[in-house]
Design a protein around this ligand. Structure first.
Ligand code: 13P
Length: 249
């Protein structure tokens, strides 16, 4: 399985900066075609850039995704964007249940599950995020917390073609801290066991790691069993850093 190197740009960049980044990615990938044998690129950009950027997906180097979507298909939901709209502008993926949505927009597992279903119904792939807080990790509750998040957030009919899990420990996001490769590996094996037991083809579902991944720590993380790629925030805002992560794959 190729490693999925996914950027989550969050609320950053202007459209021209975003274009510049994508053009650099296309050019660098042409110079290093060996990378594309081992890695796939995905960029989850702010909604308003997606229509313009997805034109660049035609070259088969990078796909595009949203960072959130509504549970609804259409209607009187001011300010919302549906999974169908994201598909319409050329997206293939949507992040749902990111910890920043869970924290700042009070999204819970049940809502995340409904969003993932909306993504599935539109033929896109849901990147469902889970992760424990620092307090939960300190109390050694991480497996319990992740099991519950998975159980409640991942629709029962999820399959590898429409679902990717992103393990993002909340205490590692934007902090420069990461779990040791052993701790990350332990959690990814735990998630793998859960998926294998509860989902058809769960053994093939991708599990990404997210949280302060960068070109310096990516090699160790990406060579850990059951880490099938990365969901990268801060390091995805500097082209060289992001490409450096892919080079580790
Ligand atoms: P950082 O890479 O900045 O820690 O963010 C990770 C993240 O939230 C990706 O979704």
């Amino acid at each position: 399985m190729k490693k999925l190197i996914a950027a989550n740009w969050k609320m950053n960049f202007t459209l021209s900066e975003a274009r510049e980044f994508v053009l650099q990615l296309l050019q660098k990938s042409q110079e290093h075609t060996e990378i594309l044998e081992k890695a796939e690129f995905l960029i989850c950009a702010p909604y308003v850039f997606l229509s313009a950027l997805s034109e660049y997906s035609k070259q088969g180097v990078v796909s595009f995704g949203g960072q959130n979507c509504s549970v609804h298909d259409k209607g009187a939901y001011t300010g919302e964007i549906s999974a169908g709209m994201l598909k319409d502008v050329g997206c293939s993926h949507v992040i749902v249940g990111h910890s920043e949505r869970r924290e700042y927009h009070k999204e819970d597992n049940i809502l995340v599950n409904e969003k993932a279903k909306a993504v599935h119904q539109n033929g896109l792939s849901a990147i469902i995020c889970v992760g424990e807080s620092r307090k939960e990790r300190e109390a050694n509750l991480q497996e319990e917390v992740i099991e519950r998040q998975l159980f409640e957030s991942v629709p029962k009919n999820a399959i590898p073609e429409n679902t990717i899990i992103a393990y993002e420990p909340v205490w590692a996001i934007g902090t420069g801290k990461t779990p040791s490769p052993e701790d990350a590996g332990q959690m990814h094996s735990f998630i793998r066991a859960f998926l294998t037991k509860n989902y058809s083809q769960g053994e093939k579902m991708r599990i990404l790691y997210g949280g302060s991944m960068n070109s310096g720590n990516a090699e160790k993380l990406l060579t850990t069993p059951n880490i099938d790629g990365g969901l990268i925030g801060t390091a995805s805002l500097k082209f060289e850093e992001f490409f450096g992560v892919a080079q580790c794959a």
